[in-house]
Ligand binder design. Structure first.
Ligand SMILES: Nc1ncnc2c1ncn2[C@@H]1O[C@H](COP(=O)(O)OP(=O)(O)OP(=O)(O)O)[C@@H](O)[C@H]1O
Ligand SMILES: [Mg+2]
Length: 352
């Protein structure tokens, strides 16, 4: 975090879409850094800007219809404002993305193997067709597709959901990217396949020492995979820090809500599952002050109408450097223990 020499440096990134109803500010002043060999988890409800911010890292937004400000440096190359040839080079050589929807990302009319081979040949123009096919089979084997020699000639619809997701990962990794962005790589899969895919991602990361951004709704995935976590709400970073701290002593009520709404926060059978009340806000007319205040149960603990009128700055909390949160509460740790932990994991509160 805050390492200006890291492989990925996102600084004050904002992404805005002009729409007939007015501008949609999907990402607001987002900053984070990520080193090689490290994994960053990005969490937040639907529509919080996770995909939009990550797509900006690959320069995937239509420049004519998107206003992007700030800076994104990948291996020292500035991505914001980079021209199409520059972007193409970047996407092949250093960055790859595994998309949310594998079926949509694989072309239905082309065989899986040809799509993999083409992805390889685009960035290895001197490779023969035979080399590219061999590489495609090798990658399918690497991601655990059985009989890769014959499955290489299947069409995407002949693959199961889990196999398609593996094929997407193979496609993402075929050019050994230094940075891999995995957008909900396992959401559509059953738990067993999900665990296998996550293991696979971890193995491949170790092998290639790549930087990985994993986007997910699932804090269980975060706990297993991420070194650091960035929590997004309504296009903003609301909490960011080392995974352990974010999961054990979070300081922002929205993060508490995410923790309370997952089933496995504690093995205690008495633990309760409490969904976050209300809906994510409209980005066309976001709430004043702290975007989360209309849904926050702790507004009355902050003097005056600060929460409704003033956007909290992203500031260091009581966990020390490297953990920042956007919240006006003066004593978040105490409130968390007394009101949140006591509800969702009473054993943990009694133990200490
Ligand atoms: N091209 C676009 N034009 C207008 N608004 C857009 C466009 N693309 C995305 N948005 C809006 O930007 C916001 C953030 O979208 P994004 O896809 O980043 O959400 P997300 O956090 O990835 O959600 P999910 O968990 O559902 O994938 C949403 O409100 C979305 O409707
Ligand atoms: Mg998304």
């Amino acid at each position: 975090m805050n390492d200006p020499d890291a492989f990925l440096v996102v600084e004050d990134l904002s992404v805005e879409f002009p729409t007939p109803d007015g501008p949609v500010r999907a990402v607001n002043n987002l900053s984070y850094t990520l080193g090689l060999g490290q994994t960053l988890g990005i969490v937040g409800e639907s529509g919080s800007g996770k995909s939009v911010s990550s797509m900006a890292v690959l320069g995937l937004h239509d420049a004519d219809r998107t206003k992007i400000t700030g800076s994104i440096r990948v291996g020292g190359t500035e991505v914001v404002g980079l021209n199409e040839p520059g972007l193409r080079k970047l996407r092949g050589n250093s960055v790859a993305m595994i998309f949310q929807d594998a079926l949509a990302a694989l072309h239905p009319f082309y065989r899986v193997g040809s799509q993999l081979a083409e992805a390889y040949q685009v960035h290895h123009p001197s490779a023969s067709r035979r080399d590219a096919r061999r590489k495609a089979i090798e990658m399918l084997d690497r991601v655990g597709i059985p009989q890769p020699d014959s499955r290489v000639d299947d069409f995407p619809h002949q693959f199961s959901g889990g196999m398609r997701q593996r094929a997407m990962i193979a496609m993402g990794l075929i050019n050994d990217p230094s940075l891999l962005i995995a957008d909900e790589p396992t959401t559509a899969l059953d738990v067993t396949v999900q665990a296998q895919i996550l293991d696979l991602l971890q193995d491949l990361q170790r092998e290639f020492n790549s930087a990985v951004v994993i986007i997910t709704h699932d804090l269980g995935v975060i706990a297993e995979m991420a070194d650091e976590v960035l929590v997004m709400y309504a296009g903003r970073c609301v909490e960011y820090g080392p995974t352990k701290e974010i999961l054990v002593s979070p300081e922002m009520p929205y993060t508490w809500g995410l923790l309370s709404s997952i089933p496995d926060v504690s093995a205690d059978i008495d633990a309760r599952l409490i969904p976050i009340p209300g809906n994510p806000p409209s980005l066309l007319s976001p709430p004043s002050g702290c975007s989360f205040h209309p849904r926050c149960a702790h507004v009355d603990k902050v003097p005056g109408d600060l929460c409704a009128t003033q956007l909290p700055e992203l500031l260091e909390g009581s966990n020390g450097p490297g953990h920042v949160k956007r919240c006006h509460l003066a004593n978040p740790q105490e409130v968390f223990r007394r009101e949140v932990l006591a509800e969702i994991a009473p054993d943990l509160v009694e133990e200490s």
